[in-house]
Design a protein around this ligand. Sequence first.
Ligand code: DGP
Length: 114
Amino acid sequence: MSEDCLFCKIVAGEIPSEQVASTDDVYAFRDINPAAPTHVLVIPKEHIASAADLGSRHGALVAEIFEVARRIAQNEGIGDAYRLVSNVGAGAGQSVFHLHFHVIGGRELSWPPG
Ligand code: DGP
């Protein structure tokens, strides 16, 4: 756990969240400011600042994150069309520096994003 990390505090239960899924290494919860009918954040329980900090040692963890995301999308009824996105760096819109993947769906999604 990294002190002063919002999502570490959510994983620790120090800040409440609406849990969607939890495994040994991965936690998922609803975004506080949803951009679509389904907007869930999938995060590693371990503190990793962003996708730029991932390496080959994280292979199993990344696979589990994608697996959890797929299960969530299926459970939410959007398994055939959803966006799985991770912003890297403030300039790309990252506001919380604990790796997270947005699972977004339930409405028409345009491309490219803004
Ligand atoms: P990003 O901007 O890509 O770093 O995404 C961070 C997301 O985290 C953003 O969509 C809003 C969400 N968020 C920020 N603070 C909280 C919180 O306290 N609880 C929950 N559930 N979501 C949060």
